[in-house]
Design a protein around this ligand. Structure first.
Ligand code: GLU
Length: 300
């Protein structure tokens, strides 16, 4: 079934996972396991690392019954692979140096249908003299992709064929750190990930990532961007929304099996109060009947 492919979960260790994150992880696991794929765990620790967060995230995922194959991969230990991919793009003349500050980018008029933070292309056409003057000013440049398309189409299990804009995405930040959009593409391909399941806040990033993959000669995965969990105000669930972590729920007297049951119920895979095993959930799982709207999480 999975043709030897793999799914994955790729948390950023910036804090504890909340129930929405755990639900996305459960979905990624269900998509992988129900299609005979391996399930891989990747810690995206290039940025925003909080001490102890990774250990708690992995412990929480295991506690609700998720397992993964092989060692946990850390992006911070894969820097040479991102440098190699960047080098290939530089050699193909598909990059340029960008000296803009965040503020300058915000102030410049952005293209009408650009993704959030769409780069207006200010540094793309600098003359060699202008570029040298910027370099001499001492500000270390970010490296951007010189995108040659305005849009790209991906296949998404829940969204169908999805076309979205591609911009001159940052590949390496001014401080030298590889950018998320490059690292995710390099890693998914290196790990044999052919199924990317994640929150639908990242749907808009999929076209540029898929485009980047094709430029690097890598296989584009199939995507499933799943609805997020929202709080009572309809905003993305966050730590401040009450008892939202596994530890919080345990503090309220639940155990991890009960929490898995709550997540399963929110996915239409369990009755209220039921505590189905992970293997029972694999049996019941059907991507076609997943909820298409966000999960409104309210404290009970
Ligand atoms: N590390 C990202 C996050 O935690 C996820 C990236 C992805 O799944 O592609 O939001």
């Amino acid at each position: 079934m999975g043709d030897g492919g793999a799914g994955r979960f790729a948390p950023s260790p910036s804090g504890d996972l909340h129930l929405g994150n755990l639900r996305t992880a459960l979905l990624a696991w269900l998509f992988a396991r129900s299609t005979g794929r391996r399930f891989l765990m990747r810690v995206e620790d290039l940025d925003r690392v909080r001490p102890g967060a990774e250990e708690r995230q992995l412990a929480d995922l295991a506690a609700i019954g998720l397992d993964w194959d092989g060692e946990v991969v850390h992006q911070s230990r894969r820097l040479e692979h991102y440098a190699d991919a960047l080098g290939a793009l530089v050699a193909a003349d598909l990059t340029y140096e960008c000296f803009c500050t965040r503020r300058e980018i915000q102030q410049a008029a952005t293209a009408p249908h650009g993704p959030d933070g769409h780069y207006p292309g200010t540094c793309r056409e600098l003359t060699p003299v202008q570029r040298q003057a910027k370099r001499d000013s001492g500000r270390p440049p970010a490296i951007r992709l010189r995108a040659e398309v305005a849009g790209f189409t991906v296949d998404d299990v829940l969204h169908g064929r999805y076309t979205g804009p591609v911009d001159d995405v940052v590949l390496r930040r001014g401080d030298g750190v590889p950018a998320y959009n490059l690292a995710v593409v390099v890693d998914d391909a290196a790990q044999g990930v052919d199924q990317v399941v994640r929150g639908d806040d990242l749907l808009g990033s999929a076209p540029r990532q898929a485009y980047l993959a094709t430029l690097l000669g890598l296989t584009v995965p199939v995507y499933a961007h799943v609805p997020l969990a929202l709080n009572a105000e309809g905003k993305r669930l966050a730590k401040r929304d009450g008892a939202v972590t596994l530890a919080d729920q345990i503090g309220l007297g639940l155990d991890p099996d009960a929490v898995r049951g709550i997540l399963a119920h929110s996915l239409g895979l369990a009755e209220p109060g039921e505590r189905p095993s992970t293997s029972a959930l694999v049996e019941r799982f059907d991507p076609g009947s997943l909820p298409r709207t966000p999960w409104m999480f309210t404290q009970r």
